[in-house]
Design a protein around this ligand. Structure first.
Ligand code: CA2
Length: 148
């Protein structure tokens, strides 16, 4: 199984660390990417780290991952709650998928309680702040280690 992992980030996550730190913390997405790259090195993973505000770009990266990657960690952001298209793309991916939310979506508005992506995700991390990305990579590394 490939040890390449796609780390995908949905709309507005480019603003991480720049607005609403009481909800999303002070780390920027560049900080998160740096942390992911450092940890990936320790875990023997290669990562492709992307963010987009456009649904189709996330879908195209999921399709790309089908060809090359062993796993996907995805924070679909608001598309979590709206996108059957992202769910369909993930359903066409064979490896493990971990869904990440920086905030605890279940403590927030009711519309954030439902996730289309959770219908496919092998694990969901919510409310651990940006540390959730490291937890997702550790879980993917374990699942890829154990894969036949
Ligand atoms: O908690 C999460 O990670 C979310 O996926 C973040 C999404 C939200 O729609 C989900 O319900 C939960 C929002 C991402 C927007 O990120 C921002 C970061 C800083 C400032 C403004 C937006």
């Amino acid at each position: 199984m490939s040890r390449l992992v796609y780390v995908l980030n949905g709309p507005n996550l480019n603003l991480l660390g720049k607005r609403q730190p009481h909800i999303y913390g002070h780390e920027t997405l560049a900080d998160v990417e740096q942390d992911c790259r450092a940890l990936a090195g320790e875990l023997g993973l290669e990562i492709r780290f992307h963010q987009s505000n456009r649904e189709y770009e996330l879908i195209d990266w999921i399709h790309e991952a089908r060809e090359a990657a062993g796993g996907i960690a995805i924070n679909p952001a608001a598309f979590t709650h709206t996108s059957v298209a992202i769910l369909d793309a993930l359903n066409a991916f064979e490896g493990p998928v971990i869904e990440i939310h920086i905030s605890n979506v279940h403590k927030r508005e009711a519309f954030r309680h439902h996730s289309f992506v959770s219908h496919r995700a092998d694990g969901v991390i919510a409310g651990f702040g940006t540390q959730g990305y490291s937890l997702a990579l550790r879980r993917l590394a374990r699942l890829l280690d154990d894969a036949p």
